[in-house]
Design a protein around this ligand. Structure first.
Ligand code: GLN
Length: 495
């Protein structure tokens, strides 16, 4: 059976399990497609071709011998290159880790492999997951398959592109302030950030540990549920991992929610400057209504303070997490004459190893944590974070809403280079995504429509949030919406 990358994860797993297709064929096609279009889109940093083919053959042999191959047996997937594997390199798209080889695999990778999935490649990203466009990669920007002159969003740029371009049906990203959801929205695919603590961070290179969470990027809500079920659950290697069993969302995702109450923040429409995005969001509210949901307007004035709090907290944590990359414990070491001393070696290694955005965050983070400024910046941001969390709790508790609907991003994918000289404008891209990380709640972006920019159709997503640990409700609501909207646009073929 020949495929064209159009199968979902559920379909691919079914095709391999039933013997309609071989895992080897599926993986070989994904590798071919990566070679054919992946290099142009610059979505992949490293192919694990021989290794992936060998693993695929092992799945086929098991199946032929009548042994179980797992719920994702033979399904090709891609990991963002800040998730470690015990083979190949993990670069974080940084010169600092250009040659880094991890001695172990992340828990999420082990779990997906235990479910039978096959990692075929490591995806491009913004360096150390810092960015909203994919342009901060030391190995060049990834391109948006809908319009290759535009960014795919970031920081999980390559993961979103690989799924949108139908190289693989599913990929993992990481989301600290929107890095799964925003690129998914810009690429017309589904992106899920689970509740903080739902998925182990063991083996995810830390950016801002109190916000980081790994999650799936897929083409359908059902596949997001399948992937979440495979990666969630307690992990003793991550002290922030919650002591809970894995989710079983795939079983329930197609069950509609009776009496669904969808919260909509009052005044949020006026915060969307882009006409097309405003229309898609308004249409999404109407789609929820026609699917039978009740729309409840709630006060949630958290977006602007969210951005300020997020960029202080994430920079503070990044400055501490990235201290380990000093050319001694981790990272490439610059060659400096021994007579210049140790400090010169640290300085040179960090100046040449980190790109400009990473250096900016480290400097900002060091400043906000320094004595005399800690109270004014870091503590104020921490207080704002607490208020945001309380505001979310109120939406779900006091108003009894199942989910909250917001835009995913203020505008569609912008042109490569358009915002690179203006960090503040770039940070504002994350307006609608950072509150979920600050509050720790799960959120998902789902394709909702397209806008035409310069004669080209660009996808626009919307975002649902739910209360902490309510992924089941979140995915069921997202599935209802997906069915109602019936988004079936695709990036231009023949890339
Ligand atoms: N765009 C945000 C940032 O640059 C979010 C990044 C992320 O979620 N990893 O920090």
């Amino acid at each position: 059976m020949k495929t064209d990358g159009s199968m979902t994860m559920a379909q691919a797993a079914g095709a391999v399990a039933s013997g309609r297709t071989d895992a080897e064929g599926l993986v070989a096609e994904a590798l071919d497609r990566t070679r054919a279009i992946g290099s142009y889109l610059n979505c992949v940093l490293q192919l694990l071709d021989e290794d992936a083919l060998a693993r695929a053959r092992a799945v086929d042999q098991k199946r032929n011998a009548g042994e179980p191959i797992g719920p994702l047996g033979g399904v090709p997937i891609i990991l963002k290159d800040n998730i470690v594997l015990d083979r190949g390199r993990t670069t974080c798209a940084s010169k600092m880790l250009e040659r880094y080889e991890s001695p172990f695999s992340a828990t999420v990778a082990k779990k997906l492999e235990a479910a039978g999935a096959i990692v075929i490649a490591k995806a491009n990203l913004d360096e150390f997951a810092m960015g909203s466009s994919g342009e901060n990669s030391a190995f060049g920007p990834a391109r948006n398959p809908w319009d290759p002159t535009r960014v795919p969003g970031g920081s999980s740029s390559g993961s979103a592109v690989s799924v949108a371009a139908r190289i693989v049906p599913g990929a993992l990203g990481s989301d600290t302030g929107g890095s799964i959801r925003q690129p998914a929205s810009h690429c017309g695919v589904v992106g899920l950030k689970p509740t903080y603590g739902r998925v182990s961070r063991y083996g995810l290179v830390a950016f801002a540990s109190s916000l980081d969470q790994i999650g799936p990027i897929t083409r359908t809500v059902e596949d997001a549920a399948i992937m979440l079920d495979a990666i969630s659950g307690h992990d003793p290697h991550d002290s922030t991992s919650l002591n809970l069993s894995p989710t079983s969302c795939a079983q329930t995702v197609s069950r509609p929610i009776e009496g669904l109450r969808v919260a909509v923040p009052a005044g949020v429409i006026d915060e969307i400057a882009h006409n097309g995005v405003r229309t898609v969001y308004q249409d999404a509210i109407n789609a929820c209504r026609s699917a039978g949901a009740e729309i409840v307007e709630v006060a949630l004035p958290v977006f602007k303070s969210g951005i300020a709090a997020y960029y202080l907290i994430c920079a503070a944590e990044a400055s501490s997490n990235l201290a380990r990359f000093d050319g001694v414990r981790y990272g490439s070491r610059a060659s400096v004459a021994p007579s210049q001393g140790l400090e010169a070696m640290y300085k040179e290694s960090r100046s040449s190893g980190f790109g400009p955005e990473v250096q900016r965050r480290i400097m900002l983070g060091t400043h906000v944590l320094s004595s005399g400024y800690y109270d004014a910046y870091y503590l104020t941001a921490a207080r704002a974070r607490r208020l945001i969390k309380e505001a979310f709790d109120a939406v779900f508790r006091s108003h009894g809403c199942h989910v909250l609907l917001t835009p995913a991003a203020p505008e569609p994918a912008f042109r490569i280079g358009e915002k690179s000289d203006d960090p503040l404008t770039m940070y504002l891209e994350d307006l609608f995504t950072v509150p979920a990380n600050l509050a720790g709640v799960p959120a998902i972006t789902v394709p909702a429509g397209v806008v035409i920019e310069g004669g080209v159709a660009l996808p626009v997503g919307v975002q649902f949030h739910a209360a902490a640990l309510q992924e089941d409700t979140l995915l069921r609501a997202a599935r209802m919406f997906e069915r109602e909207v019936g988004f079936d646009a695709q990036p231009p073929a023949g890339l």
